[in-house]
Design a protein around this ligand. Structure first.
Ligand code: 5GP
Ligand code: MN
Length: 325
């Protein structure tokens, strides 16, 4: 296990809390991604195998491309306000609202906060925060290894999904030797890397491709091709007959243009709300940008939601980037 001294202490403390707890609330962030969900599903499965009563929660729909993960059809949406858990394990969330406020702080006797984002707060009884880690799945694997848990194939598949998706198939700058070592261990559990890749990345509906086509036709660049942006309107979803989750991955096209340093995807949620996904090259810090709008994430992949329509939101971001790019 490749972890520093202070993390070892935290991992030990987490393992002690887990040992002494019987009931668990587990949740990642709203609009779940592969890391948030994969880490949560693996943990839930292991804890149940250890004889605990662990439940995983998520207020949002599980994206189609993650529904192959074992347990993804058993995710609960809400909790009675009178329910109290021995332990809540909150993943990838800088606060309870990022988790969807499914429970309140006083509904868990102990709170374990595990995150690798740069935007975090220490809301837990224990906060295992490692922003140098490419994924939360690697942190969860560290804990499970410390606890000497032997992973099943489906648990390993869930954790591998977290690492694969959060490193952009091992291509992004956050990919480390620890990510690869973790994957080597997971592959030894018998997972099928080709099958996992195909389920996640080669499993689009034809409507998803049509949506991508409509959006890419209108891609724009500004500031000497240093900034590119893609807009997804409600109308494009209607025209292509695409669903909410069919927008997955479109933002990554913005960085494919030669010379682009920052790329954004503006998705119309309604007339007064726009979701923005941002990607940047190594030396451009996106957090400075999204934090201005209450968002978060990582240096080179971040997001926020602006309470304004599409064109007003695009203008707001362009004005900020004009100064920084
Ligand atoms: P994406 O653009 O794929 O939605 O998100 C990129 C990264 O930014 C992910 O790590 C995601 O968790 C984070 N992120 C996206 N939107 C938000 C947001 O509104 N708030 C926070 N705190 N993080 C976000
Ligand atoms: Mn993550």
């Amino acid at each position: 296990m490749n972890v520093d001294k202070s993390s070892i202490k935290k991992i030990y403390e987490i393992s002690e809390i887990i040992r002494h707890s019987k009931t668990f609330f587990i949740a990642g962030h709203v609009n779940p991604d592969g890391d948030s969900l994969g880490s949560g599903l693996a943990l839930t499965s292991v804890l149940n195998r250890l004889g605990k009563r662990a439940y995983i929660y998520c207020t949002d729909e599980i994206p189609f491309f993650l529904r192959f993960l074992k347990g993804s059809d058993k995710i609960k949406k809400n909790v009675k306000s009178t329910d109290i858990f021995d332990c809540a394990i909150i993943l990838e969330s800088m606060d309870f609202s990022r988790m969807g406020n499914i429970i309140a702080h006083n509904q868990a006797k102990k709170i374990i906060n595990i995150d690798h984002h740069l935007t975090y707060t220490n809301f837990g009884s224990i906060n295992y925060i490692a922003s140098y880690s490419a994924s939360t799945a690697e942190l969860v694997l560290n804990i499970l290894e410390y606890m000497k848990v032997e992973l099943t194939k489906s648990e390993a598949t869930s954790l591998y999904t977290g690492i694969l998706t959060d490193t952009g198939c091992f291509q992004q700058i956050n990919t480390t030797s620890s990510s690869h070592i973790a994957c080597a261990k997971l592959i030894r559990c018998g997972i099928n890397v080709n099958e996992i890749y195909k389920k996640i990345y080669e499993n689009d509906s034809i409507n998803a491709l049509k949506l991508k086509g409509l959006a890419l036709c209108k891609i724009k660049t500004l500031f000497d091709n240093k900034f590119s942006y893609i807009v997804l309107t409600k109308d494009m979803f209607k025209k292509s007959n695409a669903g909410e989750n069919d927008a997955e991955g479109i933002v990554n096209y913005s960085l494919k243009i030669r010379g682009v340093k920052v790329g954004c995807l503006f998705k119309e949620i309604d007339k007064k709300t726009t979701k923005i996904s941002c990607r940047s090259v190594e030396n451009f810090d996106l957090l400075e940008v999204v934090k201005m709008f209450g968002g978060g994430g990582h240096r080179n992949a971040a997001g926020c939601t602006i309470r304004a329509g599409l064109s007003a939101s695009i203008k707001l971001i362009i004005n900020v980037l004009r100064e920084k790019i």
